[in-house]
Ligand binder design. Structure first.
Ligand SMILES: [Zn+2]
Length: 113
């Protein structure tokens, strides 16, 4: 599953950062997951919980910050929020001619000791 390898990447990244900063435990990690990034947030959270048990993240609270995308419809010049890649314009039903944002997938911050 895609989310398992993403979770492994995040754990590796956080573990490496913790090592560089001399942290022995992580309390909190905040991760931004765009609604259009192709990452299934629930599956990703599940994968993290499964994989972090024996790691430095074992006791960490993992928070996902979901961010929507913005679709821009050239037919009726409307901008609208997209929670799904296949969302169409609420005004005229067209698919957006341009999509901004919503693709993010990154670790925003971590708190450790
Ligand atoms: Zn439209």
């Amino acid at each position: 599953m895609h989310e398992l390898s993403l979770a492994t990447d995040v754990i590796n990244l956080v573990t490496e950062e913790a090592r560089k900063n001399g942290l022995s435990g992580i309390q909190e990690v905040l991760i931004e997951v765009g609604d259009l990034s192709g990452v299934e947030a629930d599956a990703f959270q599940w994968a993290l919980e499964l994989l972090t048990k024996e790691t430095i993240l074992g006791k960490a609270e993992i928070r996902l910050n979901r961010s929507p995308g913005t679709g821009i419809c050239k037919s009726c010049e409307r901008e609208f929020e997209m929670r799904n890649r296949l969302d169409s314009c609420p005004g005229c039903g067209s698919f957006p001619s341009e999509i901004r944002g919503g693709q993010e997938f990154r670790v925003i911050s971590m708190v450790g000791e």
